[in-house]
Design a protein around this ligand. Structure first.
Ligand SMILES: *Cc1c(COP(=O)(O)O)cnc(C)c1O
Length: 379
């Protein structure tokens, strides 16, 4: 699904020497490399504060802790996403409220969010799923109207640009009150272990969060709030600095691969390709709102699971993200939910399949993958 080795080959000398430098310096924790990467990411995202942490799941949890969300507060998020999002809501004793997604973008359905708002609702967590920004204009309007926090789960969309209706462009993850991302190796900006970060333009919130990540300390050995221990280490920061310089180039390579996939699947009645923008279904070579963390098809009138098995037999990796809606997971099932409210997620879980997507895909691989998919679906 990903070719981390091929990508490493291209940056090997630089990464090896910067990692060795960290070893020589012995500044493994909170070293200058972490600070340097923090500043570089702040500049890249055009955001006032980046707070590095240990992983993306922590980033989400710490963002919610920083906002002061309390047990009983309701937090609305998408039913069709990775479990980390809902997991931290539940872990903090908040009440997760799962809502349906849009059939074309796979992102949270703002109308469903609106219907789910109650007097207890405190926050919305849009997930920019598969690398494409959720409808942030509508989400921010709704949040303002109801006085809610917006926490962007940007684990899959780092580097994506969101263009508002008024023409202003912002990086995904910097639009809401706070954003969280992951540097897990397979993410668009991945390190060689675990890592994550929180972003915000709010000075007070940034200050609170800097304490939360460090055992609730604002002054050494004075613990003002209950915190956690969540750090990005210097070796990962060194790797990330090398990869951040190339992030736009990497995301362009993903967009180019997606464009080639789209061309190959053009005219296929039973294969629905991902939309890059709501307005432009189909091929889009210059949109930058989607950074294709995954390239995900919807397969109609054919057995998706049999297709996945067929691809595996042909040596083509593929993935089903995600096979079970969160509201049907044992850990998150709740009698409050009504199946009729999850029509889209319930059908997506049967139709979606993600094809190999990374920075090293070439035309020959894409031709082999797409012809194998097409001959199965039309078979
Ligand atoms: C990967 C991911 C996370 C969690 O990140 P980790 O670094 O693995 O903890 C959270 N949300 C989404 C949508 C993700 O894809």
């Amino acid at each position: 699904m990903v070719d981390l080795k091929g990508q490493y080959e291209g940056i090997k000398d630089e990464v090896n020497s910067s990692v060795l430098e960290v070893m020589e310096s012995s500044a493994f924790i909170n070293g200058p490399r972490v600070h340097q990467f923090q500043k570089e990411l702040e500049a890249y995202l055009d955001v006032k504060h980046v707070i590095p942490c240990a992983n993306g799941t922590d980033a989400l949890q710490i963002a919610m802790m920083g906002l002061g969300l309390k047990p009983g507060d309701e937090v609305i998020t998408a039913d069709f996403t990775f479990a980390a999002t809902v997991e931290v809501i539940a872990l903090l004793g908040l009440t997760p409220v799962l809502v349906d997604v849009e059939p074309d973008t796979f992102n949270i359905d703002v109308k469903a969010v609106e219907r789910a708002i109650t007097p207890k609702t405190k926050a919305i967590v849009p997930v920019h799923l598969f690398g494409m920004c959720a409808d942030m204009d509508s989400i921010m309007d709704l949040a303002e109207k109801h006085n809610l926090f917006v926490i962007e789960d940007n684990a899959q969309a780092i580097g994506a640009n969101y263009t508002s209706g008024n023409g202003s462009k912002k990086k995904a993850g910097t639009i809401g009150h706070v954003g969280a991302t992951s540097f897990f190796p397979s993410k668009n900006l991945g390190c060689y272990g675990d890592g994550g970060a929180i972003f915000t333009n709010d000075d007070d919130l940034a200050h609170i969060i800097r304490g939360v990540v460090n055992h609730g300390m604002y002054k050494r050995y004075y613990h003002d709030v209950v915190g956690v221990n969540s750090r990005l280490d210097s070796i990962q920061a060194a790797v990330l600095s090398s990869k951040l310089k190339r992030l736009d180039q990497y995301n362009k390579a993903r967009q180019e691969a997606a464009r080639k996939y789209n061309v190959a699947f053009e005219g296929e009645a039973n294969i629905v390709t991902p939309v890059a923008k709501k307005e432009c279904s189909g091929i889009c070579s210059d949109c930058d709102c989607h950074v294709f963390h995954q390239y995900t098809l919807k397969i109609k009138n054919s057995d998706r699971d049999a297709l996945a098995q067929h691809l595996n037999e042909k040596g083509i990796p593929c993935g089903v993200y995600y096979p079970i809606p969160l509201h049907l997971q044992k850990a998150y099932a709740d009698s409050r939910y009504n199946e009729a409210d999850f029509e889209v997620t319930n059908s997506l879980v049967k139709e979606v399949i993600s094809l190999p997507m990374h920075t090293e895909l070439d035309q020959e691989q894409i031709d082999f993958i797409t012809s194998t998919v097409k001959s199965f679906v039309n078979g």
